[in-house]
Design a protein around this ligand. Structure first.
Ligand SMILES: [Zn+2]
Length: 276
């Protein structure tokens, strides 16, 4: 996940998106097939990038240049056969795949103009949409969310279980930002709502796009004022502070299951584990 701190490996080529340039890129490009649920057509657990053939379609999305080749997405209604999600794919391809999933879903769910309600069409190879009536332009949206690794004054990490998760699965606290709120305010609010914890300090660590369906996760770490926890009993059903030794033992015995390696949640947990 640390690669999200580096420049993107996908060049979105904003200045090479005329129809002629798009056609030229298409002739030498590769194309992924992605459906509206974010599933990517795959073979042997890897996304399939086929050489483009035939004409470029009006809904084909130009992602940009990745590893020297032009990458496109052809949105499809569904995928027959094997598919993967972007996070199941090799990490080296996460930059174009996250963009592919975001853009496919956004185009599928944004057929009408927000200003006048008339139909919109893809523009600049799907980098934006343009209203056919009033000309207004729309760009893909991301919903910012916060995620916070909270430690108590003894440097133990708070892990909690969401009511929607299986038994034994735990993670750190996360939630969506409310309108008109800063990311820091969202951290203070969500943490108090879900686990009743007041934060003495809070600092930003890093971010990660999370197209499930369209989040941007903003990762923080925080210190609680004391070790008290009061779970809300609704969204969060259990929570506890762990020492590094406790957590390592609980993970190896299978007593707790941590978030997957591609997630910022896991990154923040590992950051605490290795800081001790
Ligand atoms: Zn319009």
């Amino acid at each position: 996940m640390s690669h999200w701190n580096q420049p993107s490996a996908l060049d979105r080529v904003p200045l090479a998106r005329s129809e002629e340039q798009l056609d030229l890129a298409w002739r030498h490009g590769v194309v992924l097939r992605v459906d509206g649920d974010g599933q990517i057509a795959a073979r042997d657990a890897s996304p399939v990038t086929e050489n483009t053939r035939g004409p470029r379609g009006p809904d084909d999305i130009y992602l940009g240049v990745f590893e020297g080749r032009a990458w496109f997405v052809r949105p499809v209604a569904g995928i027959d056969g094997e598919s993967v999600t972007w996070r199941e794919a090799p990490e080296g391809e996460h930059d174009p795949l996250a963009a592919a999933v975001f853009l496919t879903r956004w185009h599928a769910t944004s057929p009408a103009c927000e200003r006048c309600g008339e139909p919109t069409v893809p523009d600049l190879g799907g980098a934006r949409r343009r209203c056919t009536a009033c000309g207004s332009l729309a760009f893909a949206r991301m919903d910012p969310s916060i995620i916070v690794a909270i430690t108590d004054p003894d440097d133990r990490l708070l892990l909690a279980r969401n009511s929607a998760w299986p038994q034994r699965r735990v993670s750190i606290i996360a939630g969506f930002m409310e309108a008109g709120e800063s990311a820091e305010q969202a951290c203070h609010r969500e943490v108090f709502e879900e686990v009743g914890v007041r934060l003495a300090s809070l600092s930003y660590v890093s971010s990660q796009p999370w197209p499930m369906p369209r989040s941007l996760m903003l990762g923080f770490e925080a210190r609680a004022v004391d070790s008290r926890i009061h779970v809300d009993g609704d969204e969060i059903v259990e929570g506890a502070y762990h020492t590094r030794a406790d957590l390592a033992a609980a993970v190896s015995s299978g007593e707790v299951v941590l978030p997957g390696g591609a997630s910022i949640a896991r990154h923040l947990i590992e950051r605490w584990l290795t800081a001790g």
